[in-house]
Write a protein that binds this ligand. Structure first.
Ligand SMILES: *Cc1c(COP(=O)(O)O)cnc(C)c1O
Length: 366
């Protein structure tokens, strides 16, 4: 069987280094807020190209904490609106509503599945305070138009960089393009931990300080609490493992690019719509290789019967979720079409040439 993602194989590439680190941290007796976290934060900031990086417990917390910090800083207030793509993973939207902010959904561009920048301005009101962009599937969404729009309306650009670590726009990495960025190191992400983990990057010193305090019970100084904070920490074991895997992320993303190129040049079934390969290949890190077809469910069963595991990212659009009942009667036709037609093929840095060839052949025979 060709697995959708073979996490065991991915992590065993670095078995000696990772196991040595696990033993080192175990024996050190120091498990939180130590040298492993400090080192990973320093290296992540350097890699992304920002002044600050803060390790937190997971990707959802990273996004929640950015918005919460803007509220504590007086730059946003509960009831304010944040623009977000209507086809994103639910976590981007949860981070907004969790803070008492109002998510305002904007449809994606059907050609690249990212928020349609030209549909944003019509949704901006006097309450709009930010745009939460999501580099979905690993594809950068950024442009001079987006930057100008944010400047014109005095909006913060927050990046959900959970799926696109290592991608670049204009020689700058995602995570350094907007005002602040949230990362997830969930095991299945391109840079994956051995459990939950996340981070925030920014060049804003005040924001970084506020987030650091908020993630630590609202405290900068032990037993002195400025905010009603939370506990969101990246532990020493995860930080140590991530610091090892960070050294290999460019190499792994390059392998993903090669596989994507191979799929795109060789899948030739007219029933299948392939993902757009950006002119500048740095603009995609292929967290997911997502194809589209009207016969999605039968293609998925056919591949499964022939030993190829696939997934759907995502089967139900946010506005049709029970969690957001107020939106259930709204219509977002492009999102709905995407959710009905997309299928994610296996994609990882450890796939063999035979596996790739088999997937291509099966799809061409469908
Ligand atoms: C994975 C993911 C998140 C959430 O990250 P967790 O670490 O699972 O909390 C947020 N946004 C997007 C787009 C994601 O893919």
């Amino acid at each position: 069987m060709i697995k959708f993602l073979d996490l065991q194989k991915i992590n065993l590439q670095y078995q000696d280094e990772i196991e040595a680190k696990l033993i080192q941290v175990f024996r050190s007796g120091w498990y939180l807020m130590g040298s492993e976290l400090a080192m990973f934060e320093k290296n992540l900031a350097q890699y992304i190209g920002t002044e600050y990086s803060i390790g937190v417990a997971n990707g959802l917390d990273a996004l929640r904490l950015i918005l919460r910090a803007y509220i504590e800083m007086g730059l946003m207030n509960p009831g304010d609106e944040i623009i977000v793509p209507s086809n994103t993973y639910i976590a981007s939207i949860l981070a907004i509503s969790d803070n008492g902010l109002i998510p305002v959904l904007v449809e994606p561009d059907i050609n690249n599945y990212n928020i349609d920048v030209f549909k944003i301005e019509e949704k901006i009101t006097s309450k709009t305070k930010g745009i939460l962009i999501v580099h979905l599937y690993g594809r950068v969404v950024f442009s001079a138009e987006l930057e100008q729009l944010a400047k014109k309306h005095d909006l913060k650009i927050i990046e959900d960089n959970a799926q696109a670590i290592g991608a670049e726009w204009n020689s700058k990495k995602t995570g350094s393009l907007g005002d602040a960025s949230g990362f997830s190191f969930y095991p299945g992400k391109n840079l994956g931990a051995l459990g939950d983990a996340g981070a925030i990057t920014t060049n804003d010193e005040n924001l970084a300080k506020t987030i650091r305090a908020l993630a630590n019970y609202g405290s900068n100084q032990k037993y002195v609490n400025i905010y009603k904070g939370l506990n969101s920490r990246l532990d020493e074991i995860q930080a140590g493992v991530l610091d090892i895997k960070l050294k290999y992320i460019n190499h792994e993303n390059d392998i993903r690019r090669t596989i994507a190129k191979h799929f795109i040049s060789n899948i030739s079934n007219t029933k299948i719509i392939l993902p757009e390969n950006p002119e500048n290949e740095k603009e995609h890190v292929w967290h997911l290789f997502v194809i589209r077809t009207e016969n999605r469910d039968s293609l998925q069963s056919y591949l499964s019967e022939n030993g190829v595991q696939t997934l759907i990212h995502y089967p139900i659009p946010p506005h049709q979720q029970q969690a957001y009942k107020d939106w259930n009667s709204l219509s977002f036709p492009i999102s709905e079409k995407i959710h009905n037609e997309v299928l994610s093929l296996p994609m990882s840095p450890v796939m063999s040439e035979e596996e790739i060839a088999k997937i291509i052949q099966l799809i061409n025979n469908f």
